[in-house]
Design a protein around this ligand. Sequence first.
Ligand code: SF4
Length: 367
Amino acid sequence: MMSPESAFLTTDAPVSKSSCASMLSSSKSWSEMADAVLGGEVLSRGDAIRILEADDNQVLSILDAAWRVRQRYFGNSVQLYYLKNAKSGLCPEDCNYCSQSKISDAPVEKYAMLNAERLLDGARKAAESKARTYCIVASGRGPTDREVDHVANVVRQIKDQFGLHICCCLGLLEPDQAMRLKAAGVDRVNHNLNTSERFHSEVCSTHTFRDRLATLDICRDAGLELCAGMIVGMGESNDDIVDVALKLAELKVESIPINFLNSIDGTPMQTLDHLDPRYCLKVLSMFRLTNPSTELRIAGGREVNLRSMQSMGLYPANSMFVSDYLTTPGQKAEEDFRMIRDLGFEVTAGDHDAAKLLEFWNQSTLT
Ligand code: SF4
């Protein structure tokens, strides 16, 4: 890492090729990379690696390149998401990063699927937080048929009352389950790749990368939008991160959440350090340049990894969660809104219940 004093000396000169990427990377400057992507070129693996390996003194130039691409597709809008854990703990899987897994000793709340009233209350809060989308997340390998029916019933009510865009994250799905969720009004399913196929066995042994891909295919076949991303900071290499970015581009997912590991005591990953904020910015920029028109969301771990640079993450990313994550608290929604306002960015309400959500924003008393 460069010293803090030199971290923001920026140039846009052609940058040296990394050793492992030299066979595939171009000699384009960051700005030329943005020009190429805006002209329809696909970023090469080598250039994606170069971004992650770049000196920290290149961060502002890399961010500028990513910002130009973000601006083309999303202007200065920020999509907000609000998470509700519909079922917590009690998971038979062994994902090493997760506080809800069977091998975690972390003191998380454990409860079965929330009743309709609690889920509707969460949706009301999502609307009040100006979130466009309400995410319903349940721990576990996959839902039972009864759980799918319960979620489907609640989703019908949320659509009637709040008109929110609905995203469900329920684990591995069977084809008929995906179709029932789609019929109830679910717009999108979140199912993260989490990491590369190569690294997946280091993270989890109870299901495979291929299992995860299969659920994405099933959901696509059911007509659902796909939200799939990764967790950065689990010990993977730059190659693994680029693998995921390129795979998601190939899958043409609608939305990519990037989590930065917030290592939780009691999990096998409890000793892993937080990431350098400038590295996180390079990761977000690489995802923007490999997936130029895809919604890119800063998800879990934002506060502890990006720290004072959280706001800069919104130059490559166009979306973020407000309020708490599944088992860890997040920055207060009010501080998030202030951050967005300070950037001069706008919260977009999307196409569902837009008038109501914009009214909340316009009536905000934040200064
Ligand atoms: S399947 Fe989901 S809830 Fe279960 S351990 Fe893995 S990430 Fe956690």
